[in-house]
Design a protein around this ligand. Structure first.
Ligand SMILES: C[S@@+](CC[C@H](N)C(=O)[O-])C[C@H]1O[C@@H](n2cnc3c(N)ncnc32)[C@H](O)[C@@H]1O
Length: 229
């Protein structure tokens, strides 16, 4: 199984409905805080089920959602098909999007599932699709020294505050026996140092700086904001 197949299948990354709701609410709120203007065109790349996307769309002109998993795309279309400020893209629709169309390109919690070469291809796509004064945000990047125990601690802290600590503890036990852990061991998650990220951004025409806070609840991970040079 590949990461792509994992995300296209049924998984139990969210320990219960409350976790899922609080997760997507938090991500949408954090992304909304980075919207450049109410006129902005925004792409959430590798968006997952993005259940709280209305909160982002409310603060911009157009929100494009793209996820490589076809089953995720289908659920997004069912959920947001009625919303005239949200467009769910297929891979070909993303490719066909005119260059320099976007004010903000955001990829949260997904580059760990890409090889470095795939991440470089994502940077090329972002460079083409962004306007000259646009912004690229890549967040929830796993630093080289952060491990599964750090991730578990961050989840438990989120669960404690969010009132789902017991399901989170049970969820951690299930994760231990899950495909996620198996894949994490076999294929691994791609990690970067801040210098790696800056070098890759620069090689693809971006000036990047590390943001003081990450998107989402796991502050041991990194977020970078980049501008086309
Ligand atoms: C951990 S989820 C993150 C979802 C969302 N961004 C969030 O923060 O909740 C990772 C997502 O990245 C998607 N993904 C993985 N590889 C991708 C690729 N090459 N292009 C686009 N999406 C991809 C997966 O299908 C999955 O939905």
């Amino acid at each position: 199984m590949s990461w792509r197949e994992f995300w296209n299948g049924a998984h139990s990354i969210y320990v219960n409905e409350r976790h899922r709701t609080l997760h997507y609410d938090r991500i949408a709120k954090d992304i909304a805080a980075h919207l450049p203007s109410r006129e902005a065109c925004v792409l959430d790349y590798g968006c997952g089920d993005a259940e709280s996307s209305e909160a982002i769309a409310a603060g911009c002109a157009m929100l494009y959602l793209y996820d490589a998993a076809s089953n995720v795309q289908e659920r997004l279309r069912q959920r947001f098909g009625h919303n005239n400020k949200i467009v769910v893209l297929s891979a070909s629709a993303l490719e066909a999007m005119p260059d320099a169309a976007l004010d903000l390109f955001i990829a949260n919690s997904m580059i760990q599932y890409l090889s470095p070469a795939e991440f470089e291809s994502l940077l090329e796509t972002a460079r083409c699709k962004l306007k000259a004064d646009g912004k690229l945000i890549v967040a929830d990047i796993i630093p080289t020294q952060v491990n599964a125990i750090d991730d578990a601690k961050a989840l438990l802290n989120f669960a404690w505050v969010g009132g789902f600590l017991i399901p989170a503890l049970t969820g951690l036990v299930s994760t231990f026996f899950s495909d996620y852990r198996k894949l994490r061991g076999e294929i691994g998650l791609t990690r970067y140092t801040p210098q790696d990220i800056e070098t890759l951004f620069a090689a693809h025409g971006f000036r990047a700086r590390r943001a003081p806070e990450n998107i989402g609840y796991n502050q041991s991970r990194m977020m970078f904001v980049a501008e086309p040079i």
